[in-house]
Design a protein around this ligand. Structure first.
Ligand SMILES: Nc1ncnc2c1ncn2[C@@H]1O[C@H](COP(=O)(O)OP(=O)(O)OP(=O)(O)O)[C@@H](O)[C@H]1O
Ligand SMILES: [Mg+2]
Length: 105
């Protein structure tokens, strides 16, 4: 949810936001992409630190909590971004870490 709100906050009206689930060779990924303001490499390295925010009403806790939740689920949170071009955030679950459901339909 925080990833989608961040994408919305970074975007201008009329631009696209993408949400998709994709299977890669060794992982399953949830990807949130936007065409918003983007981030430079320094900002990417900083965004998951608690209380880092560029918003007047932001707490700056969203991504630190997202990062912690990803860790607890043995997933990785990755950022691909360029200033002025947009951002893609990837929540990556390794296949070995994904539990098989204990039921079948
Ligand atoms: N998709 C994005 N595009 C551009 N900048 C982003 C994006 N996602 C996060 N950021 C930057 O990372 C900062 C930290 O994000 P985070 O979700 O931790 O806090 P926040 O969104 O500022 O506040 P809160 O989540 O409490 O509303 C944001 O303030 C913004 O500068
Ligand atoms: Mg946020």
């Amino acid at each position: 949810m925080n990833l989608l709100i961040n994408a919305l906050d970074a975007s201008t009206p009329g631009s696209n936001i993408g949400l998709r689930a994709v299977e890669r060779e060794n992982s399953v990924c949830l990807e949130v992409s936007d065409e918003g303001c983007g981030m430079d490499t320094h900002q990417i390295a900083t965004v998951s630190q608690p209380f880092y925010t560029t918003k007047t009403t932001g707490t700056g806790l969203g991504l630190s909590v997202s990062h912690r939740l990803a860790e607890m689920n043995k997933a990785a949170l990755e950022f691909y971004s360029q200033p002025g071009k947009g951002t893609q955030v990837v929540l990556r679950f390794n296949r070995e870490s994904i539990c098989e459901p204990d039921y079948r339909i």
